[in-house]
Design a protein around this ligand. Sequence first.
Ligand code: TXA
Ligand code: MG
Length: 317
Amino acid sequence: MPLSYPEMLQDDCIGVARAVEVLRSGGLLGLPTETVYGLAADARDGKAVARIFEAKGRPRFNPLIVHVPTLDHITELVEIGPNARILADAFWPGALTLVLPSKGKVADLVSGGLPTLAVRVPAHPLAQRILQAFGGPIAAPSANPSGQVSPTRASHVEAGLGARIDAIIDGGPCEVGLESTILKTNDDGVRLLREGGIAREEVERLVGPVSVDLTPGRVEAPGQMERHYATHVPLVLGGEPKDEDLCIGFGPVEGHLTLSDSGDLVEAAARLFSVMHKADELATARGFQRIHVTDIPEVGLGRAINDRLRRASHPQA
Ligand code: TXA
Ligand code: MG
């Protein structure tokens, strides 16, 4: 029997048509967004959604984000209040996810039985074309095996999930490189559930101070596990590097990997997962015992970068 591999699709008319066919037939598609690659399925098809959990090896209770092409499509799925409207107008299409009261239009498994639904309008032009052509809501978590580093290139999806999924469409490297910022809004205000591609400061400029509870294990975004984004070779954050470490820097570092030569947080965010994949590969191939990452300033996108690095470096249970 021939081995089955995911079909590799290109960013052209044929690729888009085939991607839509895969989704319509209840298949799983590796799909680029501007944040990270998603593992997409028809959000109305319970079986297709169940296959997402199976392919990722993801605990059932972690709810998924639903993607649609415009704000109009959002209003069919959830109730949108005044704060949500302000944020949607400012940041969509883009790296923002809003958790809002669900109208129950998608498969139950998508929100893991919660009365709310996480929704997002992605900006990536290829994601937009596929969403428009498909015409329905697409559930998509990041396209990595559960707990591992998120994919920012089609090749990362192929390496991580391979034959467990039906197809991958290549939209190039992700521009933002970090998952979306997740906010939950209601009449009382705005809560930050996950730091991400839109800095907290940008949100607060529009809606005032947001409340934050990112305590691992207690967070309202149940997918926010303490150990997540893990590399195979142990990763340490901060402190002094040892001689036997493979180092990831922030700023110009000769002979080492760097998140950004110029110390730019936006560039560092965009490169983070790619550099983590690369460091893991190099460290494994060359027998390094640890990957050491320099401290990153805790401002703007630096908060989201540090959040990912802290989870990646959490000691294995
Ligand atoms: O940028 C992104 O957000 C990417 C791209 C593909 O859109 N997606 C992504 O999905 O990061 P995922 O599944 O890796 O993370 C989704 C997060 C989880 O932490 C989950 O707990 C939270 O969203 N979430 C989903 N629905 C929720 C809900 N109803 N209430 C609270 N948190 C929710
Ligand atoms: Mg994820």
